[in-house]
Design a protein around this ligand. Structure first.
Ligand code: DGJ
Length: 726
């Protein structure tokens, strides 16, 4: 059993392969007791921990003043009941106050997990178990379920919740966090990944946590380019290979809040969830609402180990079945032609993809409605007959006759004001009555909380894609939510628009996966604007960034892998201008993830095409390692100016070292001379399939010389080794 309850000391214990999480039921309250290594753990209980009476901290019992919600490490916290730290749950009662205090009623330990659909959540396997704790606020009668699901082998435990209103009237959930964790100590640092469009996750921040709230958040209705929901809370001395690290993430694609704060008891509270700024939910009597799943992991051995837990979790419990198939090497039309596509161009493009040994051609934006630029047509999901006179099906048959598969771009959540859809249904966009509707990329966001919008989209796609053999969808999303209001929701429900929007989006994703079961979906939000575990649940991979410069991608890809595996990281070689050296650099950076190409191969010199053929053939010799291998970082481009890492699977190792120009270096550059493949099998002999040189496993473990780089004019160079056991 990975979850147990010991009646003798009221302890709940949740164990994973290497970690233990424990809390105690005391006075009807869940008191946090331990999160860390399983081996050698001692879990204190209230019998061991002497309570402290702290001035100004409220208590309920004159004879037990030390029992205060303000000073105990809690599993969850409720606004207004004497816990003055950041609150996990605030509910406005029917009488207008926002005070609640939930006490334990019962618990169940069950196999598998609680279904949150349409909200995505980690998929259960044979070992998955869930602890379901029921609590009640005895004044309002509202019921709270706190769920803990254990993903044993990945060392991941998840936290999520449900509230059912039994108060007899409406209540309003005003702040809601999925996870609340009170860790002992206050000497932690928070690592978070900020950024912007085209520089996603490159603001790699490491900030001391102290008194006062330190938060990461998105208020954009999307997880966003600007701030990712991933957080690592680590010991001050933690580095890639050493030190304690707690990792967190949220299986959600909308606005979120993560917060950290240390307190007078020298404990640190960490929370992650929907927050309050972009979320309130009017809950009717008898209604239940769910908070998305937050995941957490503990690593006693640095950031690398934490990342591997998350990679493993996402690969095994998040991505769809389709993601386990070999991924196609795609050729995408966007950077080749932008909107200037038509049937003949795309068929020639497909033939060129086949000629270069690629597997699939992707027809990006510009194939539908009046979409000849970004000013018109979004929402009108019928084929543009000027560009595809015979319709989609005969065109796709021509594409397939060239020998490649076919993928197509969609952006279901959006509408241009200049579209038939908007003209017919101006009330289907997110907007607030009487207020101007902001544009972004000349588009508006459809109100996905409105079932009529979802029905329209399903009907349009059903008709347009009927009998069209589509192998891949690229699902884009190119603006975020302003004026968050719904023309159809009641005034009391407007605060839940963004939450309901996500439910609508997830239900449409679910419909796509069922309607087109053979098609793979790639997620995109102007690149990596929704690079989160919830999107990864539906989509096998994500277009990592609209920035395809190898130089910028080194940083973007390096930090993305702190939280997410290479298997979801879609990377394209773009725009080589007849320069083989550049092509080599772009390729070596792109094979940090799932390889594709995105430029006009029709205008490309033969020598470039020959090189691409060789690249694709080479990639096929090691793509399994990238998709399924275990990832080890050796050197951070942020610290050393060299990004070095390897993937290991069975008897093979793919090692990469990329010299950057060092502009983004944080702190001092350290000289890096050797790369140590520490998990090589020491008794084995390996041959590098690229250079033909042989190494013993012991040599690889001790470290191989990087050798001289030959930087180009901008200071970049890259090296690749593919070791195979012989
Ligand atoms: C943004 C995406 O990130 C690009 O790859 C491309 O699909 C464009 N949208 C198309 O409008």
């Amino acid at each position: 059993m990975s979850i147990t309850y010991q009646k003798s000391n009221n302890l709940f214990k949740l164990t994973t392969a290497n970690t233990l999480y424990a809390f105690e039921l005391s006075h009807g309250t869940l008191v946090h007791r331990y999160y860390g290594q399983k081996r050698g753990a001692t879990v204190p209980t209230s019998a061991d921990v002497k309570g402290r009476v702290v001035s100004f901290s409220p208590y309920r019992d004159e004879d037990d003043k030390a029992f205060s919600f303000d000073t105990l490490p809690l599993e969850y916290s409720y606004f207004g009941s004497g816990d003055f730290r950041p609150t996990a749950l605030r509910i406005k009662n029917a009488n207008g106050d926002s005070v609640t205090s939930f006490s334990y009623v019962s618990h169940k330990i069950r196999r598998g997990r609680v279904d949150l659909s349409p909200i995505p959540a980690g998929r259960a396997d044979d070992k998955t178990q869930t602890l379901d704790i029921t609590l009640r606020d005895h004044v309002s009668g509202c019921e709270l379920h706190l769920y803990y699901t254990v993903f044993y082998d990945c060392d991941v435990i998840s936290r999520y919740a449900a509230i059912t209103n039994h108060s007899g009237g409406d209540v309003v959930v005003e702040k809601w966090m999925s996870l609340c964790l009170d860790l002992p100590g206050e000497d932690y640092e928070l690592i978070s990944l900020g950024g912007r469009h085209c520089r996603e996750r490159t603001v790699y921040q490491r900030t001391p946590i102290g008194r006062g709230n330190l938060s990461v958040a998105s208020r954009r209705g999307a997880t966003s380019h600007q701030m990712n929901p991933f957080m690592a809370v680590c010991a001050k001395d933690a580095n890639e290979d050493r030190g304690e690290v707690y990792g967190f993430n949220l299986v959600w694609s909308g606005s979120f809040l993560g917060e950290c704060e240390s307190d007078q008891m020298h404990t640190t509270r960490i929370q992650l969830g929907l927050g309050s700024e972009n979320f309130t939910y009017r809950l009717r009597d008898g209604e239940t609402v769910y908070a998305p799943e937050a995941i957490m992991t503990y690593s006693p051995a640095g950031l690398g180990n934490m990342s591997r837990h998350f990679h493993d979790f996402i690969n095994r419990h998040i991505v769809p079945e389709k993601a386990h198939e070999q991924r196609p090497v795609v050729l995408n039309s966007w950077e080749a032609f932008y909107f200037n596509i038509n049937e003949d161009i795309m068929v020639d493009f497909a033939a060129a993809a086949a000629d270069c040994g690629m597997d699939m051609v992707i027809m990006d934006d510009g194939w539908f409605g009046a979409r000849i630029n970004d000013k018109a047509g979004l929402g009108d999901w019928f084929v543009n007959r000027n560009r595809f006179p015979d319709g989609l099906r005969p065109f796709v048959e021509r594409v397939k006759a060239t020998g490649v598969k076919f993928g197509i771009w969609v952006e279901p959540e959006m509408v241009n004001p200049d579209s038939n859809l908007y003209r017919a249904h101006p009330d289907w966009v997110i907007s607030c009555r009487g207020r101007e509707r902001s544009l972004s990329r000349s588009q508006m966001v459809l109100d996905m909380s409105n079932p009529a919008v979802i029905d329209y989209l399903k009907a349009s796609f059903t008709e347009t894609f009927a009998d069209v053999p589509i192998d891949y969808f690229k699902w884009d999303m190119n603006r975020q939510i302003s004026e968050p209001g719904s023309p159809t929701l009641a005034p009391e429900d407007q605060g839940s628009l963004e939450y309901r929007y996500m439910l609508g989006v997830y239900s449409l994703f679910d419909w796509f996966t069922k309607q087109y079961p053979d098609a793979m979906i790639e997620n995109c939000s102007g690149g990596g604007g929704r690079y989160d575990p919830a999107m990864m649940y539906f989509t096998s991979q994500i277009w990592t960034s609209d920035n395809t410069s190898a130089r910028d991608r080194v940083l973007i890809q390096y930090s993305s892998q702190l939280a997410y595996p290479a298997s979801v990281m879609s990377c394209h070689v773009s725009n080589p201008k007849g320069d083989l050296r550049e092509l080599d650099l772009k390729y070596k950076v792109a094979v940090g993830g799932i390889l594709g190409y995105e430029f006009n191969v029709l205008n490309t010199p033969d020598e470039i095409k020959d090189e691409i053929r060789r690249q694709v053939a080479r990639y096929r010799t090691f793509d399994r390692l990238i998709q399924f291998g275990t990832h080890y970082r050796l050197s951070s481009p942020y610290e050393t100016g060299i990004s070095a890492y390897y993937y290991r699977l069975d008897g093979e190792i793919l090692l990469s070292a990329i010299l950057t120009d060092g502009k983004a270096v944080i702190g001092k550059k350290k000289a890096l001379k050797k790369l140590a493949v520490r998990t090589a099998d020491k008794d084995a002999v390996y041959r590098d399939a690229i250079s033909g040189v042989t190494y013993t496993g012991a040599q690889l473990r001790a470290g191989i010389e990087i050798g001289e780089f030959a930087p180009d004019a901008t200071g970049y160079d890259a090296k690749l080794w593919h070791f195979q056991k012989i």
